[in-house]
Structure formats: structure tokens, C-alpha cells
Design a protein. Sequence first.
Length: 266
Amino acid sequence: RSIAWENKLESQIRDFSLQNPDVSRLRILLHGPIGAGKSSFINSINTVFQGRVTTSALVASEFGVSFTKKYNVHKFRNGSSGFLPFIINDTMGLEKGKGQGVDIRDIISALTGHIKDNYKFNPVSPLTDEHSEYNKNPNLSDKVHCLVSILPADKISVMDDEVIAKMKTAREAASDMDIPQVVIMTRVDKGSPQVKENLRSIYFSKKIKAKIEECSIRLGVPMNCIFPVKNYHEEESLNLEMDCLILAALRQILHFANDYVDRLAE
Ligand SMILES: Nc1nc2c(ncn2[C@@H]2O[C@H](COP(=O)(O)OP(=O)(O)O)[C@@H](O)[C@H]2O)c(=O)[nH]1
Ligand SMILES: [Mg+2]
């Protein structure tokens, strides 16, 4: 894959308009293990579009337990002219073991639009239609238009099979509903010292290529759907290379999501 290290995508995404009049905003769902960088990815997107380092989604400390417990919805300001035409739902992290981390059935309910925003996940019992937070009649805007799996480059090799199996279950459910999918591989700086030193070496790095291959094999997704990023996590100012990778991933997500709602409009 080749990439132009210049910020052209930002304005394209700012001007992005949706094709289906029934949908006001594309809904993106993030899922993945705890500590994968889900909340950081949301902060990174916000940082790019606000032009300054922001922390809207709370990020856990390096060795914390899952910080995000609610089905948080994030929207992104677009200058003074309102909001960007997409929202991102953050979820509680996946963990191995029954009753640990988010229940995969809740991820599937979220895909179908049955979980209302701000629902507090309960790892020991999934949401059912008896709860008030259950949306019985979701419309197209409530449904998820792209499922994004987040995996950390430095931990992919040691990720528990059980966690991968949970992610596959969600991916298969999404595939059955024709919901498009993208994988974001975070923490590339932790995955390769060379890339940490120089982010532009990312597409030449053998280590990163091997990690992308590993993601592809373990999750069963094609390599061209896997986007490596480095999130804003300790930076104090904006960085062009980080922005380019974040925007390339986001552009793919938005195209897939837009194509999906467009197909449903026909
Ligand atoms: N070095 C590095 N650290 C990251 C990156 N993305 C996230 N982190 C760190 O990884 C930890 C977990 O991130 P968080 O966003 O809370 O993960 P979540 O549980 O999936 O929401 C935090 O300490 C982040 O600062 C990255 O690209 N590079
Ligand atoms: Mg989080």
C-alpha cells in the first residue's frame, strides 16, 4: 500500500455528504479487547478534526481494567458549521471468560440497533427486550453501518483465542447482515521500534507486515481491510504522519458505511 504523506483527506471528510436521505449520520461501532486503543482511536479522530490534542473518550491507563462501561456515542465538531456526518459508538472491552467484559450478544444487539445510546453494559447478563434501554423498533439510523475491530499491534500474538473467537462471532453476525467491516491495528509504535522512530517506514516494516498478516489470519479478514495507526496518546501537538494514517483508516470506514446505507436506499 502506498500513502501520500500530505493532509488531503481531512477536507474531503469535512465535506463528505451522505447519499441516503433517511440517514442523517453514519454509525460506526468499535469493538475489541480491553486496552486495544478503542477510546484512543476516538480521541485521535477528534484531535485531527479539532486541530489540537483532545481527550473526549476516557482512555485507560496502560494496565487498567476496562474503563469504558457505557455504550458511549461520540460526535465530532466540524468547525463552527455543526458536526461531521458520522458518529462512533465505543463499547466495553472484550475479555476471555464467561461474564467477563462485554457480552458478545450485546455487540450483536448493537449492530442491529437494539441498544440505546448510554446503556451501561452488564457483563453477566446481556440486554433483552424487557429492559427500557432496549430499542424495540430500530430505524436505519439506529443500526450500525460499519463494524470496526480494534487490535493492538504489540499484543496480537499473545491475544487469547477466546477473545479472538468472540470477535469472530461479532464479525460473522455483521457479515450475515452485510454490514461492512474494517480492522484498525493500533499501537504500531509499540509493535516496531523502527516505526516508532519514523512512522513513514510503516509500509516498509517487515515487523508491521507480519503483524498485519497475523491479524488477517487470526481474525479471518483480508489484509487490505486492515489499517495500521498510531493513536494520539502522549503527544502534545499534532503530527502529520499520524494524521495521515488515522484519516486513511477513517476514509475507508466512511466509504464502506456510506455504500452500505446507499445500497439500502435502492
Ligand atoms: N504507544 C501507544 N499507546 C497507545 C496507542 N493507542 C492507545 N494507546 C494506549 O493504550 C492504552 C489503552 O488505550 P484505550 O484507548 O484506553 O483502550 P480501550 O480499552 O480499547 O479503550 C492507553 O494507555 C493508551 O494510551 C498507540 O497507538 N500507541
Ligand atoms: Mg475504552
